[in-house]
Design a protein around this ligand. Structure first.
Ligand code: UTP
Length: 301
């Protein structure tokens, strides 16, 4: 078994219901919620392409048409921007558009869980390793997380998981990995546990929604029974695969915001806006002012 084949494809699952964001997600996919001026799913696609990924498979569902449209060409809009002299914006839109034929869509007919969503991509991925990006986990840093995963994969092969450290009391919100010996610029994963109690967590390294997985995961997912939340869980299948193949972890140097939660989404908007040359100063002044007024009002109350 060759566990070092190049990683050419990525899976981005976008078929969830986004219930934590209702009512915003009644008619709009949560992956299309915007952080500053682009939908969260755009950041995942950019991160994958910057890491050298050549083909992206979206696992989609009913009511998610806007995601397909977003990654299609918009000739009328481009022509109208050109006519209006807004050539920079037109060029930016062209740059963001994945090349023709480099994006595929497949349907998850019912939201049976992340493991099931990944399994739905099996035919389009075939017999090769792939990157998996959960788009609502938004990576913020000088470099995208998938690029770092691919570096570790190139050095060590196998399966690679993006991880980050959380506060000890937060472990029960995440998938947590157990840390083994150092491998290249990461470490061997010796165990995984989904949402442990703080006292039972093997570490504070949580899965940040970025993975490189070998295609054997599909065979395991095919018969994976439902787990936590009555959903087919990817972590359960990865645990089985870790008995047969090595798993490594890459600690991400940046920070991941969970845009599936309201707080994470708001934090991401502030962080990304503060980092923007065209907005940062104004947003800083505005947020500082809001906080000052909020403090004054609460003292007066
Ligand atoms: P989440 O669990 O964060 O998404 O899955 P969700 O189920 O839509 O969110 P809530 O809890 O109801 O608010 C992470 C990613 O996996 C996708 C989601 O679309 C999201 O991008 N997903 C999840 C699927 O594609 N299918 C599923 O069955 C579950």
């Amino acid at each position: 078994m060759d566990l070092r084949k190049p990683v050419r494809k990525a899976v981005i699952p976008v078929a969830g219901n986004g219930t934590r964001f209702l009512p915003a997600t009644k008619a709009m996919p949560k992956e299309m919620l915007t952080v500053v001026d682009r939908p969260v799913v755009q950041y995942a696609v950019d991160e994958a392409r910057q890491a050298g990924i050549e083909h992206i498979v979206f696992v989609t569902s009913r009511n998610k048409h806007s995601i397909e449209d977003h990654f299609d060409d918009t000739p009328e809009l481009l022509a109208s921007l050109e006519r209006a002299g807004k050539t920079r914006m037109a060029d930016e839109l062209r740059e963001l558009l994945p090349p023709a034929g480099s994006v595929s869509f497949t349907r998850q007919q019912a939201p049976l869980g992340l493991g099931h969503a990944v399994w739905c991509a099996r035919d389009l991925i075939g017999d090769e390793p792939f990157a998996l990006l959960l788009p609502d986990m938004l990576c913020y840093g000088a470099r995208g997380c998938v690029a770092g995963l691919i570096d570790l994969y190139t050095a060590a092969g196998g399966n690679v998981l993006g991880v980050e450290q959380c506060e000890p009391e937060e472990v029960s919100s995440y998938g947590i990995v157990a840390r083994g010996e150092n491998v290249a610029h990461g470490f061997a994963v010796t165990g995984m546990v989904e949402k442990p109690k703080p006292a039972e967590a093997p570490s504070n390294f949580y899965l940040n929604g970025r993975y490189i997985l070998q295609p054997e995961i599909f065979d395991i997912l095919a018969t994976q029974p439902r787990g936590a939340g009555n959903e087919i869980q990817l972590t359960d299948a990865m645990l089985t695969l870790s008995g047969r193949q090595p798993f490594h972890a890459h600690p991400y140097e940046g920070r991941t915001f969970d845009c599936g939660s309201k707080l994470g989404f708001i934090e991401a908007n502030v962080a990304f806006a503060l980092a923007r040359a065209d907005l940062g100063e104004a947003v800083y002044a505005s947020v500082a002012d809001l906080i000052r007024k909020h403090d004054t009002a609460s003292r007066a109350a």
